[in-house]
Design a protein around this ligand. Structure first.
Ligand SMILES: Cc1ncc(COP(=O)(O)O)c(C=O)c1O
Length: 406
């Protein structure tokens, strides 16, 4: 009997999950006994700092923390810690109860935002290439999408003045993400000011475009001069009046990817809409994780976090010259968790396609990278390296890749 077709049109409309094929080949190589160096996955290779684990251990013994979590935006203690983090880290003052919502990781909020603020057919804009969840959330909520092309020529940032007027009129959400996955490009306050100028122009007649910023990598930066800024620092931003929202994650800052905790900070109308969706579809984040998350945010300047930044920087400083030495063009990333590099030029004078590049790396060097075309056809000449293995393994990967002829 043919297998029944159970998938919804929405699910079938999602962009293809291109990492499947690479993942399958990687498992085959590992099963065959190969020593695979995985530079593909964006998951920290170090443990959560001990003070956070301790806070969790204590919190999970309390009865109230074993019961259903607080709905309506999360525990006060977590939201207050998030508000203090915004004040201490970015100088942004917000009301924890009106402007902050706790999330099951920032992905939860990013994927659900369209459910909260769009109607079917509304338009959602995001950079191309970008983290795939902006598109996934929009498609699942039956929105139309507009991809804002970014590339080396635009500094990997959208040019809002080039967005067509009819798109600006119909846009309901505009996503940006700096430091970026996959490009690691950063943004300054002036960039957010341009974005808000653009979104604010769309607000007439009570319906316009919500400025949505994904700041998941805010604490992974290399040098004080590259410290990421918040959209809420823009001079034309006001938490009371600007219809916007910014997403924060504890995943990479504190090596907490598996814990599932993040938060969003934004205009009360957007935050309460998102909290209402969450009250209806999940029952919030495990209270004990929120308590531990509050302890983490209170110590975002902890020595463990600074040490992690140094570790990623040391790895970056091996990968970038290493890739250059084997013919890949690459900018030194100022922040983030990845190196975004251009594939080499082959002996035929043409730049190697990123899928071919990644496949050959796996077959001939037992090294996994993510092909840029996994993010977008615009990434077809690029690949992404995650800074998640030790310096020695990074150097070994570069050596192996250097033996391949293109
Ligand atoms: C740009 C970006 N945003 C958000 C996330 C989601 O992170 P989390 O849900 O773990 O907070 C990721 C994860 O890789 C990411 O790369």
């Amino acid at each position: 009997m043919p297998s029944p077709s159970v998938r919804s049109d929405r699910l079938n409309a999602l962009p293809p999950f291109l990492f499947d094929e690479i993942d399958r080949k990687k498992r085959e190589r590992i099963a065959a006994g190969a020593d695979v160096i995985n530079l593909g996955v964006g998951d920290p290779d170090k443990k959560t700092p001990e003070f956070i684990v301790e806070a969790m251990n204590r919190a999970m013994r309390d009865l109230v923390n074993q019961q259903y979590p607080a709905v309506g935006g999360g525990l006060g203690v977590f939201r207050e810690a998030a508000a203090r983090f915004m004040q201490k880290r970015f100088g942004v003052k917000v009301d924890p109860m009106r402007h902050i919502v706790a999330l099951l990781g920032s992905k939860d909020g990013i994927a659900h935002l369209p459910w909260a603020v769009t109607n079917p057919g509304d338009l959602v804009c995001f950079p191309d290439p970008a983290y795939p969840v902006y598109e996934v959330g929009s498609v699942l909520a039956a929105c139309r999408t507009h991809k804002m092309p970014v590339g080396a020529d635009t500094g990997w940032k959208p040019r809002f003045e080039q967005v067509p007027d009819e798109v600006a009129r119909a846009a309901r959400i505009c996503w940006v993400n700096y430091p970026s996955n996959p490009t690691s490009e950063g943004a300054d306050v002036a960039f957010y000011e341009r974005m808000l100028e653009w979104t604010q122009k769309t607000w007439n007649g009570g319906r316009g475009c919500i400025a949505a910023s994904d700041l998941a990598y805010s604490e992974l930066y290399f040098g004080e001069e590259n410290k990421p800024v918040s959209m809420w620092q823009a001079r034309n931003a006001s938490i009371e009046d600007t219809v916007g929202i910014e997403f924060h994650s504890l995943s990479k800052t504190f090596n907490m990817t598996g814990w599932r905790i993040g938060f969003a900070v934004g205009h009360a109308s957007v935050v309460s809409a998102l909290a209402l969706i969450k009250a209806n579809v999940d029952s919030g984040t495990f209270n004990a994780i929120q308590v531990a998350g509050a302890a983490a945010l209170a110590h975002h300047d902890h020595a463990d976090v600074a040490a992690m930044r140094r570790l990623y920087q040391a790895r970056r400083d091996v990968v970038v010259p290493g890739l250059r030495s084997i013919g890949c063009e690459v900018e030194v990333p100022p922040a983030g968790f990845f190196v975004w590099a251009r594939t080499p030029v082959g002996s035929d004078g043409r730049r190697v396609d990123s899928m071919t590049f990644a496949a050959k790396l796996l077959e001939q060097a037992d090294t996994v990278v993510v092909p840029g075309s996994g993010f977008s056809p615009r990434g077809a000449e690029y690949f992404r390296v995650a800074l998640t293995v030790e310096v020695e393994r990074m150097a070994e990967a570069i050596q192996r890749v250097g033996r391949i002829r293109w």
